[in-house]
Each structure stands twice: as structure tokens, then as C-alpha cells.
Design a protein around this ligand. Structure first.
Ligand code: S3P
Length: 417
């Protein structure tokens, strides 16, 4: 499985702000994390690689970034845009952040509003979307922010701005979200105070370059966990998969549905838990998804919806309105795609109700959303005929080589165009 996308982004960002050299292995060479890498190069940071997942970052220090010559193009990557918005809000130079058509529709006020409370000056479009024009300010001030949505991107954005703020910046989350930023800051020697649902950093410290071994991305493994579960006679081992407790909702939920997933060889790699996962075919049944699991599986719902469509009985998801503002409206796009294959999926305002049954072949539009495309590739394992998936180029944002790896695991898959 390819390297973890969330951790790859953060390795570049913190490595660039550190003093000294950071050596990264297992870096995800996908378009999203490469967009982050190119953006820091454009701000004068010397970065060698990637070369077979190895990246060497010569840190510029917290105050060593240089003004880029042009707007920073972050492609399809929401993580790059939201985290960098915080990191750049405290710089002494102006930047403009732009993205592709999908990223340019995604909500950015969730970061620009709290950043403005810290003293940042950031202009969005009237709709609160990118381009984001960030103006330099003399100083930011720490705030104590209670997030209205459970978002690791918002939390991370504010913590990164907090590195440049006077006093302490604290963020309280309504439910646990991925904590890679907190773990990695600590790994770079930066003091992070954590108390229950609140996390705080104090501005003015320093980061020290280090070695980072990026585990495989559980969000990418999710397609194979679902595929192997729904296809007859499967037996797959996925190695070195990140098992951070804030990311393992997909394993918890598939097991709740009756999946046969064995967690082997659990270990700690550079402050992140890692394991090998053995997954075999199983008879899945529908479940009511506990809302506490939603942030822990937020990127894996397209794959989980395919599992639900192949399970016996009904699966009900609530409390997941966030899915409507991802790379696509993942509730509507998945419901439409499952319907195109003869599935029974009823979208609701904040979730979906899926009744399992037989799927037939058909044509599905992924709306340029990598995770929708890969989920329907797995649905083909149980469809009565071929599944044609349109608009798949963005699979390369998170999982370059997906088709080849899936073919190697037994999926009849071909890429056209
Ligand atoms: C991410 C956080 C999540 C997730 C995204 C990556 C991160 O977004 O969906 O793919 O790396 O912090 P939200 O924070 O908007 O839930």
C-alpha cells in the first residue's frame, strides 16, 4: 500500500519549518502530497527526492521561508490548502493559494474565520472559497477555539498558525479526529499540551529535523479491505499499515459488519502505531453506524458504502454531513453510482441508508473523486457485468499505481484514455 497521505503532507510542512535535515521514507508520491512538496520548494526550501519514497528536506527554520514568485497551486488537495493557510498566515510575506475546480468549491471559512480571530488577514471569494489571498501581518495572537465541526484540517491549521502566535493557541474538538499533527510536532521536539479533547501549542518554539518513516495509508488499504471482504475466496495481507486509533474506523466498522480482519505484528514506528492486516472473504451484514466512528472513518465511507451494498440487510449512516463537502458530495455521488449498478441507496441530509443486494454492471461517474473511483472498482468484484468508471485521473492524488496493484491482487481492471 502507498504511504499515508496525511502524514506525508505533514512531514514536508514540519520538515520545511525545522532546523536541520529531515529524512522521510515511505513518502506518498501522489499528486496531493507532491503539491505540498512543490509549494515549499517554491518558498525556497531545498528538498531532494522523492526517490522511491525517500525525501530529504533541508529545513529553513520557522522564519526561513521565502516569498513565492507566483500563486501556490495546490491542485485537488484540501489538506494542503487548509494546513498551509494556517502556516502561511503568520509569515512576513503575502501568498495566494489556488486549487483545481473541486478544491475551489470547498468551504474555507472554517479556517479563515478562526485565523482572523488570531489577527490573520485572508481574503476568500464571496462564497468563502479559494483563491485565498493571505496578507502579511506583524503578529498573530493565540486563541482558545472550540471547533463547531470535528475536523483535523481545521485543528491542524490553527496549531500551525499557533507556532507563529504570541501566547498559547488551544483547539477543542467535538469528537476525536486524526492527531498526526500533534504526534509529529512532538517528534520534532515541539511542546504540545494535550488534555482530553483540547490541544495547545505555545508560539515561538523551534522544530528540530528528524527521521520520519511514513506508514502505509489505511485510507488506501480500505479499498482492499472491502474488496477482499466482498469477493469470494480472498486472502490478502496488507503490510505496515498505519493503525493510529484516530484512523481505524474502517476496521472497526467492517468488523462490526462481520468482516474477517486479523491485526498482526502490531508495532510503533516513529510515534505512529503500525500493523499488518490479514483480510479474508466474509459474509457481511448491515449495521447502524455508531456516530462516534464517523470522524475515525471519514475518508473510508465510499468504500464502506460498497461493502454495505454487498451486505445482507440495511446499513444506516447518520451524523456524516461532512461527506457532502469532500472532493465531491460523497453521499450523492455514491448514491447515484450505486443506483446505476442497481443498488438500493437512499441519501439523507447527513448520511445514507443502503440495503444490500445484487449489483449489475453499468456506468458510474466518479466526479473526479479518487475515492469514489476506487470504491466502484471494488464494487465490480460483485457486479453481474463490467463496471465503467468515468473521470478517474485523480486516483493519482492519493494512490498512484492503484490499477496495477488491484490487477495484481486479482481484479480485472484496465485503464483507458
Ligand atoms: C485530513 C483530514 C480530514 C480528511 C482528509 C485529510 C488531514 O479532513 O478527510 O482527507 O490530513 O488532516 P477534515 O479535517 O475536513 O475532516
Amino acid at each position: 500500500m502507498p504511504g499515508d497521505k496525511s502524514i506525508s503532507h505533514r512531514a514536508i510542512m514540519l520538515g520545511a519549518l525545522a532546523e536541520g535535515v529531515t529524512e522521510v521514507s515511505g513518502f506518498l508520491e501522489g499528486e496531493d502530497s507532491l503539491a505540498t512538496l512543490r509549494a515549499f520548494r517554491a518558498m525556497g526550501v531545498r528538498i531532494a527526492g522523492p526517490d522511491a519514497g525517500r525525501v530529504t528536506i533541508h529545513g529553513a527554520g520557522l522564519h526561513g521561508l521565502a516569498a513565492p514568485a507566483a500563486p501556490l497551486d495546490l491542485g485537488n488537495s484540501g489538506t494542503s490548502m487548509r494546513l498551509m493557510c494556517g502556516l502561511l498566515a503568520g509569515q512576513r510575506f503575502a501568498t495566494t493559494l489556488v486549487g483545481d475546480a473541486s478544491l475551489s468549491t470547498r468551504p474555507m471559512r472554517r479556517v479563515t474565520v478562526p485565523l482572523a480571530e488570531m489577527g490573520a488577514r485572508i481574503a476568500t471569494t464571496e462564497r468563502g472559497t479559494a483563491p485565498l489571498a493571505i496578507s502579511p501581518v506583524d503578529t498573530l495572537r493565540g486563541i482558545d477555539y472550540v471547533m463547531p465541526v470535528a475536523s483535523a484540517q481545521v485543528k491542524s491549521c490553527l496549531l500551525l498558525a499557533g507556532l507563529y502566535a504570541a501566547g498559547e493557541t488551544c483547539v477543542t474538538e467535538p469528537a476525536p479526529t486524526r492527531d498526526h499533527t500533534e504526534r509529529m510536532l512532538a517528534g520534532f521536539g515541539y511542546a504540545v499540551r494535550r488534555e482530553a479533547s483540547r490541544v495547545c501549542v505555545r508560539g515561538g518554539g523551534r522544530l528540530v529535523g528528524c527521521a520520519i518513516d511514513v506508514p502505509a495509508d489505511i485510507s488506501s488499504a480500505a479499498f482492499f479491505l472491502v474488496g477482499a471482504s466482498i469477493a469470494d475466496g480472498s486472502d490478502l495481507v496488507l503490510e505496515h499499515v498505519g493503525m493510529n486509533p484516530t484512523r481505524i474506523g474502517v476496521v472497526n466498522l467492517l468488523r462490526l459488519m462481520g468482516a474477517d480482519i486479523e491485526v498482526r505484528n502490531e508495532r510503533d514506528v516513529g510515534g505512529e502505531p503500525v500493523a499488518d492486516l490479514r483480510v479474508r472473504s466474509a459474509r457481511l451484514h448491515g449495521v447502524r453506524i455508531p456516530e462516534a466512528q464517523v470522524p475515525l472513518a471519514i475518508d473510508e465511507f465510499p468504500a464502506l458504502f460498497v461493502a454495505a451494498a454487498c451486505a445482507e440487510g440495511e446499513t444506516v449512516l447518520t451524523g456524516a454531513a461532512e461527506l457532502r463537502v469532500k472532493e465531491s458530495d460523497r453521499i450523492q455521488v455514491m448514491a447515484d453510482g450505486l443506483a446505476a449498478l442497481g443498488g438500493d441507496a437512499r441519501p439523507t441530509s447527513d448520511g445514507i441508508v443502503i440495503r444490500g443486494g445484487a449489483l449489475r454492471g453499468g456506468a458510474v461517474d466518479s466526479h473526479g473523486d479518487h475515492r469514489i473511483a476506487m470504491s466502484f472498482a471494488m464494487a465490480a468484484l460483485r457486479a453481474g457485468g463490467p463496471v465503467d468508471i468515468d473521470d478517474c485521473a485523480n486516483v493519482a492524488t492519493s494512490f498512484p499505481g492503484f490499477a496495477a496493484l488491484a490487477a495484481g491482487a486479482g481484479l480485472g481492471i484496465a485503464v483507458e484514455g
